[in-house]
Ligand binder design. Structure first.
Ligand code: CA
Length: 253
């Protein structure tokens, strides 16, 4: 976390349980992060508009505006990764939260080490620098036209193009809006065309190596991807290999 040029990552904690918020704040400060706290959803939205955070820890059960609503209002285009803090057994909240663009969730009560590990993974997978407009993409070509062939970070499957530097997926020129995890899932499958990917491998690629949870969350993302691509464009892109996992077969004309 130290180093002359490295800026402290800024984390926004949105949590109405003051003791818990304070505890997490102290741990994060100890780890070298810069921390701001909000006790309700409206303040959180204002704060997130005002300041570019590197990561938001967002409790779902908040007074007034709940966490899922905050997440929706932040919008899927928001580059800041969000980790949800959820109550045990609220599977629907987790699925809804991930679908709304959260990159991960941690179930309460959690061990602080687990939360810190999730934060490290999220910051690594979703660094704000590369998501800033123009930064990291060739010649800052924001909003430019179709990618040139063979461009680094661009994966193709017939009419579909996944452009990682610009974090875009196009099908026949139509942009497909994907959550971070759907994007990671599609990228992993496209990088491994004709290779069957097990749920465990996909889970590791999509959710991080230290993700603790059920592999059937992978089936949920596959369903979302199919509903956004296969169903809309009437193609059969993602194949199920029963008992094993999923594969995208190489495109054949
Ligand atoms: Ca709460």
């Amino acid at each position: 976390m130290s180093g002359e040029n490295s800026r402290k990552p800024c984390i926004l904690i949105v949590e109405d349980e003051e003791q818990l918020a304070r505890f997490v704040e102290l741990e994060l400060l100890h780890e070298g992060y810069s921390v701001t706290k909000c006790g309700n959803g409206r303040d959180a939205l204002e704060e997130a508009e005002r300041t570019q955070y590197d990561l938001i820890l967002l409790d779902i059960m908040l007074p007034g505006l709940n966490g899922l609503e905050v997440l929706r209002r932040l919008g899927k285009e928001r580059p800041t990764p969000v980790i949800l803090l959820t109550a045990r057994d609220s599977v629907m909240d987790k699925v809804a939260g991930l679908d709304a663009g959260a990159v991960d969730y941690v179930t309460k009560p959690f061990a602080i080490e687990e939360l810190l590990a999730r934060i490290r993974v999220a910051l690594k997978l979703h660094p704000m620098e590369t998501k800033a407009d123009g930064a990291g993409s060739p010649a800052g070509a924001r909003g430019a036209g179709p990618e040139s062939p063979g461009q680094e970070g661009v994966l193709r499957w017939g009419p579909l193009t996944l452009d990682e530097p610009r974090r875009r997926v196009l099908m026949d020129g139509h942009e497909i809006s994907l959550t971070n995890r759907e994007f990671m899932m599609l990228k992993t499958l496209l990088e491994n065309q004709d290779i069957v990917m097990t749920r465990e491998t996909l889970l590791e690629k999509v959710c991080g190596y230290d993700y603790v949870g059920e592999t059937n969350v992978i089936d949920v993302y596959i369903r979302y991807l199919r509903s956004k691509i296969d169903d809309v464009f009437d193609v059969k892109m993602i194949h199920t290999v029963r008992g094993v996992g999923y594969v995208i077969k190489a495109w054949e004309e």
